[in-house]
Design a protein around this ligand. Structure first.
Ligand SMILES: Nc1ncnc2c1ncn2[C@@H]1O[C@H](COP(=O)(O)OP(=O)(O)O)[C@@H](O)[C@H]1O
Ligand SMILES: [Mg+2]
Length: 347
């Protein structure tokens, strides 16, 4: 039988590297299969997807030996939502994909509306892409991908930049899609909860870029626990439920590592003084007329390490941009070293 998608004795080496990124990979993926590719960072997961999608060697040059059975019109969704768009507004971006299929202009409106509905992108079609949250951007990326009607959908850590809620929503959406279309899907993911349950198969790479396991997800989870742990792959149901257990148990290895790190930080911090570097008073931030966060009252001291957490779209990046003066604040005060930020010279 002809291989639908796969490779045989595939070796890939990038020209600027001495070692191979993929070593002797042989695999065959059937039409309609949902396959999860796992492995440590740098093990060649993205390289494998790029080869199967035909990006290597067509668009990214590398020394390739062996055989690749790729599909000409595979579509890839990447982890960084922002790297995938070239237009300003939602509808134009989808139209751009439709143009690739030479869809006449007068048929596009309905198709754009249908695609937005299908991926749950319930915003105005003229919404500027830069104002979408990470999760919404990934929905848009998926709409653009589906607009191309690819034979195979590739996903390269599509939720890596999303918060847990955004991640779950994207997994649910993709699961839904997999049931509706019976499309072939190849995934790279680190977080298994919410996606491994509906995969037909998992393939595990090691850090030399070789396949060490290929089979039913359940068997791989059972038989390759150590390898997966070493690779930093999140085992299902360990996080976040047991997170508190880890933190409360001071002899847990993760907990010990954490407190070691925190102690170094504290020692370093005590060496500095306690000067307030950044202070805000009822600061309100946003874009144009739109307020994103109001009444921000924070003090950040010299040497402090501060983590800003929140859902996708809650204003973390906007806060950073405002604090470094890239976005004007809308209300309130922002002081840098006790002087209002706007009174400092631009330099
Ligand atoms: N375009 C490239 N040029 C040179 N080296 C690359 C390129 N892409 C990936 N590599 C290298 O190939 C190896 C595998 O990378 P990658 O496929 O990105 O792994 P993963 O996706 O599993 O993290 C790494 O050593 C990486 O540095
Ligand atoms: Mg990768």
């Amino acid at each position: 039988m002809e291989t639908f998608l796969g490779c045989k004795n595939l070796f890939i080496r990038f020209y600027n590297r001495s070692e191979q990124s993929l070593q002797n990979i042989t695999l065959s993926i059937n039409k309609g299969e949902k396959v999860l590719i796992l492995g440590p960072s740098g093990s060649g997961k993205s390289t494998l997807i790029s080869a199967l999608a035909g990006i290597i060697p067509e668009h990214v040059e590398a020394e390739v030996s062996g055989e690749v059975f790729s599909r000409k019109n595979g579509g890839v969704m990447f982890q960084d939502p922002d790297s995938q768009f070239c237009m300003l507004h939602v509808d134009e971006e989808i139209a751009f994909s439709l143009e690739n299929r030479s869809i006449p202009r007068n048929e596009m409106d309905k198709m754009i509306a249908d695609l937005m509905l299908q991926v749950g992108l319930n915003v105005d079609r003229r919404t500027p892409i830069e104002t979408l949250s990470g999760g919404m951007k990934q929905r848009l990326a998926l709409a653009c991908l589906l607009a191309l009607q690819p034979e195979v959908l590739f996903f390269d850590e599509p939720t890596a930049q999303l918060d847990p809620k955004g991640r779950q929503e994207i997994f649910d959406l993709l699961h839904q899609l997999s049931k509706q279309t019976n499309q072939t899907m190849v995934f790279v993911e680190h977080v298994l909860d919410g996606c491994i349950e509906w995969m037909d198969r998992a393939i595990l790479l090691n850090d030399c870029g070789t396949v060490i396991a290929d089979g039913k997800p359940k068997d791989i989870l059972q038989n390759f626990q150590k390898e997966m742990e070493a690779a930093g792959i999140w085992r299902p149901k360990v996080f976040p439920e047991k997170w508190s257990e880890v933190v409360e148990n001071t002899s847990h290895p993760i907990s010990m590592k954490l407190s070691e790190k925190l102690e170094t930080k504290l020692v370093n911090k005590e060496k500095g003084n306690n000067d307030v570097v950044i202070r805000t008073e009822n600061m309100e931030i946003g874009y144009g007329k739109k307020t994103i966060v109001s009444d921000i009252n924070v003090e950040i001291r010299k040497g402090q390490w501060v983590s800003i957490i929140g859902q996708n779209g809650s204003g973390k990046s906007t806060f950073l941009k405002s604090v470094i003066g890239l976005e004007p604040i809308k209300k309130g005060q922002l002081y840098f070293q006790h002087k209002e930020l706007k009174k400092w010279s631009d330099r």
